[in-house]
Design a protein around this ligand. Sequence first.
Ligand SMILES: N[C@@H](CCC(=O)N[C@@H](CS)C(=O)NCC(=O)O)C(=O)O
Length: 232
Amino acid sequence: MITLFQFPPALKVPNPSPFCLKVETFLRLTGLEYQVKSVANPGKGPKGKLPFIKLDDEVIADSAIILRTLDQRLALGLDNHLDAAGRGRALAITRLCDEHLAPLMVYFRWIDEAGWNELRPVFFDRLPWPLRALLPKLVRGKIHKSLLAQGLARHSRDELLAFAREDLQALSDLLGAAPYFGGLQPCSADASAYGVLANLILSSLNNPLSQLAREYPVLVAYCERLRDKFWA
Ligand SMILES: N[C@@H](CCC(=O)N[C@@H](CS)C(=O)NCC(=O)O)C(=O)O
């Protein structure tokens, strides 16, 4: 049995974390049976982050390692229909979503003032006093520090939006008229793409990056397609 440990649903998407939504989407794309356990504190994960899974009695952390391990152990073959170039393309899409677009999303939710003013009440207003006063500053500060170390938070808002526009245009062009990033069938890159794009396009948030993502009709239709087929 697979148990997925992840944040509880929020923001009108199945999971507000692109990485948790990526893993659960992968489980659905492959038709695996699983159960979910909600965890509010990522510190409970073996690497201090969510998601992680328990596969029988083994704990596995990090979405990329989870997907690879499940694929190898259970011979899932979600990418079997791809040739070598197709597998390279899928990996490039996955890395773009996980390592660039997802951190941009984190920036526009937590650091950019417009996004933060929208997110803070949703995540923290129902917490008891004094957590309600202390936790937002603490978590935001930690995220800011990590985005500064990674480098993104050193750029201006306009520079970050220009990066995001390039990412979204590339994803839109790569998808083109195909239903999935895997072509006529989904591939592993669709898990990453849906994890971050649904969080931008289908979430209840309306920050500047979500607004920008909704300007790409190909990506909006993609999110609606996956939502209707795998999340209805
Ligand atoms: N590389 C990890 C990234 C996971 C990740 O960044 N998770 C975030 C939520 S979206 C988290 O748990 N952050 C908590 C923290 O860093 O303290 C993966 O692919 O699973």
